[in-house]
Design a protein around this ligand. Sequence first.
Ligand code: HEC
Ligand code: HEC
Ligand code: HEC
Ligand code: HEC
Ligand code: HEC
Length: 188
Amino acid sequence: MTGENKQQNSGLLGWLLFVVGFAGALFVGWVVFPQLLFSTKYQPINYNHAIHQEEAEMTCEDCHDFREDGSYAGKPTLEMCIECHEEPVGETEAEEFFISEYVEPGKEVPWISYTKQPDNVFFSHGAHVTLAEMECTECHRNVEKETEAPPVKINRLTGYPNEIMKMYVCEDCHAREQVSNSCDVCHK
Ligand code: HEC
Ligand code: HEC
Ligand code: HEC
Ligand code: HEC
Ligand code: HEC
């Protein structure tokens, strides 16, 4: 091998190492790191919003409504599902699983929240939905056409779901709408 050739080869090797290193960094950044940061959880049963809108002709308020004291009930309990699912309504595997695992033993479904805030944050649906007349989709994903509940990404560092509304999002809207942003409005 001549000296010149050697130099060319090591130049090539350098490039190769650079390219491999670069691809590796991208892999770590795009694929490995997010997986280290988030764990993915699935709902215990696949809740199908679309089928209940279309076939059962239910409204959102049938399942997500205010209690008599004005607080928001969040997710429905098994009691209301049983109004229809005491016996199978259809023939799908999803329904069969729901009935054998939860309805028959009388066990509440442990739904995973996409939006649950830390305990020190105070949020009220009454202020936003009733007083400010906001649509659910201003703050939540659109569930109307969903035939499958999407997986929930949980941030391993904070333990909170990825989708929870960040403080700056609350504050930006409050600033636009001239609602107070003093700490004690949202932190009790
Ligand atoms: C038959 C009861 C039922 C009806 C009707 C219903 N939902 Fe739900 N909803 C659920 C259940 C059960 C969950 C939990 C599983 C999931 O997230 O898909 C849920 C979850 C949600 C969530 C996610 C909450 C979170 O964890 O952040 C939103 C937002 C929501 N529903 C909005 C709506 C809207 C808007 C409508 C009307 C278009 C509606 N729902 C109709 C039962 C219902
Ligand atoms: C007003 C009646 C009614 C109520 C209340 C109701 N459902 Fe249903 N549900 C239906 C109908 C109708 C279907 C469609 C059955 C079919 O055609 O396969 C269905 C289907 C389902 C399925 C199968 C979905 C699929 O993709 O195959 C599941 C699971 C289910 N319901 C869970 C629930 C849960 C959980 C609740 C309570 C939060 C609930 N349902 C409340 C009427 C109801
Ligand atoms: C201004 C933003 C905003 C609007 C508008 C809004 N939500 Fe929410 N929603 C939130 C926040 C924030 C939480 C979490 C509250 C907490 O953890 O204290 C939440 C929680 C929920 C939950 C409970 C999820 C759980 O953890 O079990 C449901 C169900 C829900 N919202 C449904 C709705 C529906 C249906 C509408 C429309 C009628 C609506 N929301 C409108 C911001 C909003
Ligand atoms: C898209 C706009 C918007 C977003 C996002 C929003 N808010 Fe609000 N918020 C409002 C408006 C408008 C009001 C005033 C409602 C009224 O009194 O008419 C309000 C009122 C409130 C109130 C009651 C204030 C009082 O003095 O009674 C609290 C508490 C609150 N918001 C907390 C939050 C938190 C926490 C978040 C984020 C998780 C949030 N908001 C996100 C628009 C928003
Ligand atoms: C409009 C509502 C709102 C106001 C006003 C607000 N916060 Fe927050 N804050 C939140 C929400 C929602 C979270 C949780 C989500 C997040 O971490 O972004 C949060 C999280 C925090 C956290 C992190 C807590 C944790 O558990 O990780 C601190 C610290 C904090 N806020 C301090 C403040 C201080 C100090 C002020 C006043 C200068 C303030 N906040 C005003 C909504 C608000």
